[in-house]
Write a protein that binds this ligand. Structure first.
Ligand SMILES: [Zn+2]
Length: 266
């Protein structure tokens, strides 16, 4: 059984087909759904009522902070304090696809770091070509060893080491299966199973065999197999470790009492 630690299940291309998509994902026990605005947050709230194995995280992405940051922050803040979210994110810095000014990305990263710390929720980082600033800001604004996840990691070995040094989890997506991702597979080899998560980032980044198609949680098996191959461990070991890490991070969080029972039964 897998824990898909990052999926956008309410994105426009996924939601109309969600029932079939979830049916195909019999191998996925838990999915962390990422809400990024008012619409996806309210859809996410409906989703968790219907599907007890889905959890919500929420924040404005670094791309959208210029247009939506101020409006959306109080909404995510409220949801976090009401325990409707199990994590804050994805927040962070993207200097590669900089759709919002760097200064605003930093401002909202800090706001979300403070929110995560106040609510004691893990924070999920999106970071592209901005690790230097991400590390210096978090070192100042977020307690060392407080829970954090570097989602869809695509950085260098040295950046991976910096992530791990801070006690954060490093999450690998289908990108690790791509032919050109030799460096990322070296990172996968190095990351201890105790700090590893896996994700699909549905609907983006389908792994190699499904490339060109829309990604979905069922495809996480291919990413896990690739990691197992480079680490020379069994698929079950990767599944179990990443599942337990997800469980440890999100257990007992959120609003649904039944979910706590569900975790216990595994
Ligand atoms: Zn995402």
């Amino acid at each position: 059984m897998f824990f898909d630690s990052h999926a956008h299940l309410t994105s426009e291309s996924v939601l109309p087909h969600l029932e079939e998509i979830l049916k195909r994902a019999q191998n996925v026990q838990h999915i962390l759904n990422i809400c990024t605005d008012q619409v996806t947050l309210s859809e996410g709230m409906h989703l968790v009522k219907k599907h007890p194995h889905i959890f919500n995280a929420g924040a404005t992405t670094p791309h959208d902070v210029e247009t939506e940051g101020e409006i959306a922050f109080p909404m995510f803040e409220k949801a976090a304090f009401e325990k409707k979210l199990v994590a804050i994110g994805e927040t962070g810095l993207d200097y590669y696809n900089a759709e919002s000014p760097f200064s605003l990305q930093k401002k909202f990263l800090i706001k979300y770091l403070h929110l995560a710390n106040e609510t004691k929720l893990p924070v999920i980082f999106h970071c592209r070509e901005a690790f230097k600033d991400l590390f210096s800001i978090t070192d100042l604004e977020y307690p060392r060893n407080a829970p954090a996840i570097l989602h869809c990691f695509t950085g260098s070995m040295q950046e991976a080491e910096e992530v791990l040094k801070r006690g954060w989890y490093l999450s690998l997506s289908g990108i690790v299966t791509f032919k050109k991702s030799e460096n990322l597979r070296e990172v996968a080899k190095m990351v201890p199973l105790t700090q590893l998560l896996i994700e699909t980032d549905t609907p983006y980044l389908a792994p190699l065999k499904h490339r060109g198609r829309q990604n979905e949680p069922a495809f996480i098996a291919e990413t896990a197999q690739c990691i197992a191959d480079v680490k020379k461990v069994s698929l079950e070991e990767v599944a179990k470790a990443t599942f337990e890490n997800g469980e440890k991070l999100f257990k007992g969080l959120g609003h649904d009492v039944d979910k706590k029972k569900l975790f216990k039964s595994i």
